[in-house]
Design a protein around this ligand. Structure first.
Ligand SMILES: Cc1ncc(COP(=O)(O)O)c(C=O)c1O
Length: 294
């Protein structure tokens, strides 16, 4: 079975996987989620993803009722049912089903845990070899003080608006700024630019999700003596970069070749992006080989 859904431990075909209309994830976006990608049969960096899921849940006072190890074992159990290589694995935990429509989160509810497994939809290779075109979204990334992007929740509406704007402009995707005009991140990816040989990304304290790919890339870059800076940059500064790229678990590293129609650098994947992509692939292989032998 290459596509399946588990709801609270019970496995269904996708078309039979149904959840109540009173589920708070459906009603209010009151839930958290993670997406893990598998390489072969190994769930890459699953420990980091589940740590982040637990952190997101704790930030909204949602008790999943399972330990890190129990969640990882459950993901593998469901994943092994699919028995297929290179999959997209999503875990969604909502606060559960309200007895009636009542926004108050302090009711005593049982979380709903959904795991969805499907084949990875591979992006057109040209986006890796040629780079992607992005635009600046009109909506800001959520301020940490409103809804911290580190709570990876079902509230993705402004990210959805951003992607919608990009598609209308025939761009691949959009990047969001904060209210000061500083670049934060894309709807499902972190962003970096390269200037004078330095890799520059928005700082940890900015309005971004701390991506797992971003974290791994930082350790790889430092290990390989790249120069790594974390600081704010504006749209105009970004347009003057030598190279730029996005990072995310599903699409890994993608070169960004233009922003709002302005070419970035040579308009092709640059040497730093290309080197980092190769090192990142090497890291994935090492991680997966290490897990296979366990
Ligand atoms: C808003 C946002 N930023 C960044 C990322 C990239 O995070 P990761 O590298 O952990 O996949 C994601 C991934 O879903 C995201 O939703």
């Amino acid at each position: 079975m290459s596509e399946l859904v588990s709801i609270n431990g019970k496995i269904f075909k996708p078309e039979d996987a149904l959840i109540s209309v009173f589920d708070r994830g459906f009603l209010f976006g009151d839930g958290v989620y993670e997406v893990v990608r598998s390489y072969g049969k190994i769930l890459f960096a699953v420990e980091d993803h589940i740590d982040r899921l637990l952190k997101s849940a704790s930030r909204i006072d949602l008790d999943i009722g399972l330990t890190r190890e129990e969640i990882i074992n459950e993901l593998y159990r469901v994943y092994n049912h699919a028995n297929s290589d290179d999959m997209y694995v999503r875990i969604i935990v909502t606060r559960g089903q309200s007895e009636r429509i009542n926004i108050d989160p302090s009711q005593s509810l049982k979380p709903n845990i959904v795991v969805y497994v499907k084949s990875i939809e591979k992006s057109d290779p040209k986006f890796y070899t040629e780079g992607i075109d992005i635009v600046t979204a009109s909506v800001y990334r959520n301020s940490k003080k409103a809804l911290d992007p580190n709570i990876k929740s079902g509230n993705y509406l402004n990210n959805i608006i951003a992607i919608g704007e990009a598609k209308k402009k025939k761009a691949y995707d959009a990047v969001m700024t904060n209210s000061e005009g500083q670049i934060t991140e894309g709807p499902t990816w972190n962003i970096f630019m390269v200037k004078d040989g330095r890799i520059i990304g928005p700082p940890d304290h900015s309005d971004i999700l701390h991506g797992i790919t971003r974290k791994i890339l930082k350790s790889i870059a430092l290990e390989n003596e790249f120069k790594w800076d974390e600081k704010y940059f504006t749209v105009e500064e970004f347009k003057g970069a030598d190279e730029a790229f996005s990072t995310g678990s599903v699409k890994e590293i993608m070169s960004i070749r233009s922003l709002d129609g302005s070419k970035i650098g040579s308009g092709k994947p640059g040497p730093v992006t290309t080197k980092l992509s190769g090192l990142y692939k090497g890291y994935i292989k090492k991680y997966c080989d290490g897990r296979k032998n366990k």
